[in-house]
Design a protein around this ligand. Structure first.
Ligand code: 4AZ
Length: 249
């Protein structure tokens, strides 16, 4: 995340850190004890990612530190990439991971590990609202490394017509995406935040409205961050996981 502030996992306890062969890969969100929602494009750079090489860490405030008390680690039993994912325009940039610990259990609720709610199908947040993003992504586009510490930021939602004024957004943004940025363009998701959450609090519950997907650079003027519109996928999520439309956080 560019801009924003450092935070602790207890403030975003649904944040998952995904690793490929022990290298940090992407963010994700815990939507039920056994399922993490993330981005499809995390798995398709280069050859097809094998789920056996993936691991999911929950309860982490720092990428390269282990806090055995707070942390819960999982292997990946199943990787489900949306069949309609298009690596040309990132349409349907959504994937699910079914997780399993060594003892066969899924995530256990603690102050540092907790699920996020899925909003009702096809609900949309109005433009102008501020929502919260979190992740271990780069703190600058030109940075060579991910953030060691979890960061969070507030970004303002835009309408799709506002977002598609400039290329490449004009040809790439679909109804399965929405855009968000900071009014002064100082804050944004960046590489490594992909797959992670954009949440909005309503009636005291946190709802997952977006999955960090792509952008032209990071925190660049007139180049918003683009997020997968999670509420277009309630049926897909229900069909793949067996979860009903709402999950309690
Ligand atoms: C990326 O490369 C990426 N500014 C993710 C988010 C954004 C840009 C790039 C949004 O994964």
């Amino acid at each position: 995340i560019v801009g924003g502030s450092f935070t602790v996992i207890e403030s975003h306890p649904w944040v998952a850190a995904l690793y490929l062969n022990s290298n940090f890969l992407c963010g994700g969100s815990l939507i039920s004890p056994c399922w993490v929602l993330t981005a499809a494009h995390c798995f398709l750079d280069g050859e097809h990612t094998k789920h056996r090489h993936l691991s999911v860490h929950l309860g982490k405030s720092a990428i390269n530190e282990t806090d055995a008390i707070k942390e819960q680690r999982f292997s990946v039993e199943k990787l489900i990439i949306h069949k309609g994912y298009d690596d040309g325009n990132y349409n349907n940039d959504i994937a699910l991971l079914k997780i399993k610990s060594k003892n066969g259990r899924c995530a256990v609720k603690t102050p540092s590990v907790r699920t996020v709610c899925l909003p009702p199908a096809h609900t949309k947040l109005p433009a102008g609202l501020s929502a919260s993003i979190a992740g271990f992504g780069k703190q600058n586009f030109s940075s060579s490394e991910f953030s060691q510490l979890l960061k969070q930021a507030s970004v303002m939602l835009m309408t799709n017509p506002q977002c598609t004024l400039e290329p490449p957004y004009t040809r790439m943004v679909t109804e399965n995406m929405f855009c968000a940025a900071s009014p002064d363009w100082s804050t944004d998701a960046c590489k490594g935040d992909s797959g992670g959450p954009l949440v909005y609090e309503a009636s005291g519950r946190m709802f997952l409205f977006g999955v960090v997907s792509w952008g032209d650079g990071c925190a660049t003027v007139n180049k918003p961050g683009v997020y997968t519109q999670v509420t277009n996928y309630n049926k897909w999520i229900a069909a793949k996981t067996g979860l009903t439309e709402y999950t309690k956080g």
